[in-house]
Ligand binder design. Structure first.
Ligand SMILES: Cc1cc2nc3c(=O)[nH]c(=O)nc-3n(C[C@H](O)[C@H](O)[C@H](O)COP(=O)(O)OP(=O)(O)OC[C@H]3O[C@@H](n4cnc5c(N)ncnc54)[C@H](O)[C@@H]3O)c2cc1C
Length: 506
């Protein structure tokens, strides 16, 4: 019997009815609200009055001059991310250039009771940057200085608006790189705020493992420094990890100190297809359980491969496929590849197609990173709803198999792709958001997938985060820990002005 320690009887959790089948584990979930999550996320938020907002904007204009924008197009751009979730424009956008300026903006907004929403590059996927109650978007894109490269200590301190590609371009001449890669060229502040990961996490970890310290502006404008450059510390509560993943709800991150790695002596990548998705997933599980230190191990299902072939003009087999990358010495890379090939061949893999030259590897990984846009291109005019879950590696096969069967029965176009070495996979629902019936089928499939992941000991999101799109699942996942999270929010942001309506319902 599957056990789940968070719910044993049918219950209403955050507006959702969850039922638990004693024999079969957590079996079903029914949404009991039909008006969508956004309205729920917005309820109980106290809006700033128009006069208070106008006063705050006047004060910000005096502070920032033309770096404060109320232009409609700028506001609209800052109220939407890359998801299907309904956007919400802020009342103004502040283009800040220093920690001190962020502190002044936050203080001024706090004095008028106006919300602030930190903004990196807007690539998040769960409605994270939507200004659900208006307020001021704090755009970090003009804080783009690499402040210090510690080549000897393998660390770096950057301003929060530096993007990962910019950082890696600057690190290359030092023989160093920063491995966390959420596909999009996101800001490092945004990546810290969402606890991002990506294809390399199986070897190098996520932002949780790679952020050493932060500078943060708190809700009252105080500036604190968390963590430090020491590789380990036992000094007090771990505030760095509290802010990592806080999605702008506890403070505005202005500087990030990160762990770096030497560029490996040798790298090679390979693509290999399998007769069934179960064979591909079993290859992943056995590879991880054997302790082979793969740098990347990515699964794309047959539908996603069709999309990638069309979009990136490639000619791979349109079957369940794994993309691998190996890092190490020349000899180590060959050894790892041989070990993985032995496992894959036992499970019926086709021939490995190798890419060892940097340009071939880059082309391969660009195709992988474009998977989202490739999926959207399958149905012109449709919108993408990308959702992810993560389970312990030993439960990955059953979670993916059940999800694939569910997709088949749900008559939805939903390619599957995943950072499977971490037990993490994604669906992209390619949907017509104006078709309420189709949207509802996608919602129900998403609900079932999340609750299945929770029942298997997993999480409702391995890397995309909560925003307002996954807000309903936190009670089911965290149970009695949720009020503790609420107490932390209350202590750090008593007026509820930092990115309201995200992670926790106000
Ligand atoms: C095609 C595609 C592929 C993706 N693949 C992955 C993936 O593989 N792995 C993954 O983890 N994610 C992935 N994502 C999601 C996204 O790229 C990440 O969530 C990323 O970390 C967001 O960074 P950002 O700079 O765009 O942040 P934004 O979208 O601007 O903001 C995200 C959240 O962080 C907060 N925030 C931003 N900056 C700060 C700051 N300085 N201080 C405090 N809070 C802040 C915002 O308020 C918001 O809540 C993907 C997105 C796309 C479009």
């Amino acid at each position: 019997m599957t056990t789940a320690n968070f719910l044993v009887k049918p219950a209403v959790v955050g507006g959702i009815v969850v039922s638990f089948d004693e024999d079969r584990g957590l079996s079903e979930i029914f949404r009991c609200h039909s008006s969508g999550k956004q309205e729920m996320a917005m309820s109980n938020l106290a809006p700033a009055t128009p006069a208070a907002t106008d006063d705050a904007i006047a004060g910000l204009r005096a502070l920032l001059g033309d770096r404060l924008s109320t232009a409609r197009s700028v506001r609209e751009q800052h109220g939407k991310d890359e998801s299907y979730h309904a956007p919400h424009a802020p009342d103004a956008v502040a283009f800040v250039q220093s920690t001190d300026e962020v502190a002044q903006v936050v203080r001024l907004c706090a004095a008028h009771g106006v919300p602030v929403i930190p903004y990196g590059t807007g690539t998040s996927l769960e409605g994270h940057v939507a200004a659900l109650k208006g307020g001021v978007s704090i755009d970090m894109s003009q804080m783009r200085r690499v402040l210090r490269i510690g080549a000897e200590d393998l660390d770096v301190t950057v301003e929060a608006g530096v993007t990962r590609k910019q950082l890696n371009a600057e690190l290359r001449s030092h023989g160093l790189f920063f491995p966390v890669d959420p596909g999009a060229d996101a800001s490092l502040g945004g990546m810290a705020a969402t606890r991002a990961s990506g294809t390399n996490a199986v070897r190098y970890g996520t932002m949780r493992e790679n952020v050493l310290g932060l500078t943060v502006v708190l809700a009252d404008g105080r500036v604190i420094h968390t963590g430090g450059r020491a590789r380990k510390s036992a000094a007090g509560y771990d505030l760095t990890r509290l802010f990592v993943g806080s999605e702008g709800t506890l403070g505005v991150i202005t500087e990030v100190t990160l762990r770096l790695y030497g560029i490996p002596e040798a790298m090679s990548a390979a693509v290999v297809s399998f007769p069934t998705i179960e064979d591909a997933v079993q290859t992943v599980i056995q590879t991880i359980q054997s302790g082979i230190p793969v740098a990347r191990i990515e699964l794309l299902d047959d539908m996603q491969m069709r999309a990638v072939n069309r979009y990136s003009k490639l000619a791979y087999a349109e079957q369940p496929t794994l993309f691998f990358e190996f890092h190490g010495t020349e000899r180590g890379v060959v050894e790892q590849a041989e070990q993985v090939a032995a496992i894959a061949n036992e499970l019926g893999a086709g021939d490995f197609q190798w890419a060892t030259r940097a340009e071939d590897r880059n082309k391969l990984w660009q195709a992988r990173h474009d998977a989202y846009y490739a999926a959207l291109a399958l149905r012109p005019g449709a919108k993408g709803w990308s959702t992810d879950v993560c389970v312990p590696i030993s439960r990955l096969a059953e979670c993916i198999s059940a999800t694939k069967a569910d997709i088949g029965q749900s008559r939805l176009l939903a390619p599957l792709v995943g950072h499977v070495g971490d037990g993490n996979f994604h669906l992209v629902f390619v949907i017509d958001p104006a078709d309420e019936e189709e949207l509802e089928r996608a919602r129900q499939l998403n609900d079932r997938m999340v609750m299945r992941a929770l029942a298997l000991g997993g999480t409702c999101t391995g890397e995309h985060g909560v925003g307002y799109g996954k807000i309903d699942f936190l009670a089911a996942e965290h149970g009695e820990a949720l009020p503790v999270m609420r107490a932390i929010k209350q202590a750090l942001d008593p007026a509820g002005l930092l990115n309201p309506g995200k992670i926790l319902r106000p």
